[in-house]
Design a protein around this ligand. Sequence first.
Ligand code: SAH
Length: 219
Amino acid sequence: MTLRFQGIGMTSRRTRERMIKRLQEQGIRSHAVLAAMCDIPRHIFVDEALASRAYEDTALPIGYNQTISQPYIVAKMTELLFADGELRNVLEIGTGCGYQTALLARFAEHVYTVERILQLQKKAKRHLWDLHLRNVSYLHSDGGWGWPEHAAYDGILVSAAPTEVPRRLLEQMAVGGVMIIPIALQEGQELQKIVRTKTSFEVEVLEPVSFVPFLSGRS
Ligand code: SAH
């Protein structure tokens, strides 16, 4: 029954291809990102009851007041992070359901992902294991601390919006490294790209976004 449903239903190849076409229309150019998103089954990361909506261009609840980011923003952030090619190590803050993590694991040699809600982290770990993604390490912690043991990072991707860039994340960037991060301002959130040079940090403001807040502590 399940198999038959997958063959003809909302989680089929055709449904995924529709998502890819929409992403292209929205301006996603990277063929590698589009191919990976066509390949990774997004529906396994959401509750069964929502699986039929997994490929729509929308954020969906994943429990604990959190959401899986909409496909466009996942694609955009990944494309921005890997604009200059492959990265050795990537730090992700906000594992959530692990879908973005799965995508990062396709492009980075190793992904270090930090989540403050233990139950979400456990579920994500299971899904990524099922997908045979073994180049991912998990930490249950407040991402504001980063993960200093494995720094410096070529790439840092943050999926929750702080009011300013956490200093420790800046410190853990390699020279030449890139960080993609949403920042919450009074008038709304904006996506920023930060590049560490030998002497400073260059900040580029990209587009308005809408992420859950970056919270401190663990639960
Ligand atoms: N890319 C994820 C986004 C999930 S929402 C996905 O698509 O599923 C953002 C996640 O960031 C939530 O799981 C939330 O618990 C986590 N988060 C928020 N603040 C955090 C912090 N300080 N440290 C670690 N994780 C944090």
